[in-house]
Design a protein around this ligand. Sequence first.
Ligand code: PBG
Length: 352
Amino acid sequence: MHKTPALFESSLTPNQHSALSTQHSIRPRRLRLNPTLRRMVRETTLAPDDFIYPLFVTHGRHVKNEINSMPGVYQWSIDQLAREAEAIAKLGIPAVILFGLPAAKDPIGLENFSSDGIVQQATRAIKQAVPEMIVITDVCLCEYTDHGHCGILNHGDQPHLPEGYVLNDETLKVLVKVASSHAEAGADIVAPSGMIDGMVAAIRSGLDSSGFEHIPIMSYSTKYASGFYGPFREAAQGAPKFGDRKTHQMDPANAREALRETELDVAEGADMLMVKPALSYLDIIRQTREQFPQLPLAAYNVSGEYAMVKAAARNGWIDEERVTLEILTSIKRAGADLIITYHAKDAAQWIK
Ligand code: PBG
């Protein structure tokens, strides 16, 4: 005798069930019948305006170094930036975020707040070539310090703290100098990324007291200690020489703590929020969007997320365009207004 498999047993009463199945009054497929209908009922759309494109800038001339683990992403020298910025603008992408590779590294990262530093030069070059391009600068020490950590390290100065610990308030003083120096060079937005306590308040008051009260802060308000930053550390040469970043970046297991971190940054005066990485943290994007609806929210679709797509696509295992647009759509659907992504140029082209 025929028996209905358990999968199809429904919670409807037999009468309801037979009404539905005989009349088929509810058929969600009606709205999926053709591409135009699907377009009309689409809830989430992508546009080049949603994207922020990361750029790695380095000293030298005629440099366009492809990053091994990030195909299609390059380290650029300053003389190449005007052309690249024009290409980005032409695709309709409104903003870039800069990461600098300094000429030399030292314990506090001096080049990071030098008026002739690599990011300062790059900012001036881009603003000159494409004045309407929004230049965001990453405010952190890890690419500039010889130890590769995001702050000033404890070397017996504070015996009650572990050796090599990132000292919070000493680091804040340097971050304030870096942010002001970036603003001085013409940055439109500064983006502190170190998860140092009080970084937004310190940078806000530093900017305000040096005449940059009009410069917004995009805080990396929720940044996890993530394995997905691997390829970035090759691109920006900012891997820690020892240890890890787990005493300041967040534990991937925590969600409630993300809301606490965000609340603090909002109170300290952040103008824009961020969740990073994006894909393993779509729940955090959604919760941040719901709890802090007043502020623009960015999500950082990080290097490891990009590398995975590229690697699988190169092997012919996935359809790169389809998967990339699906990923970017999911980040926006989760609640991000803006997506920092290495896919920005390709995606902008595909969307057109
Ligand atoms: C810190 C910084 C990092 C990234 C952005 N800003 C590296 C880190 O925190 O270790 C990672 C971005 C990516 O993986 O794409 N300057």
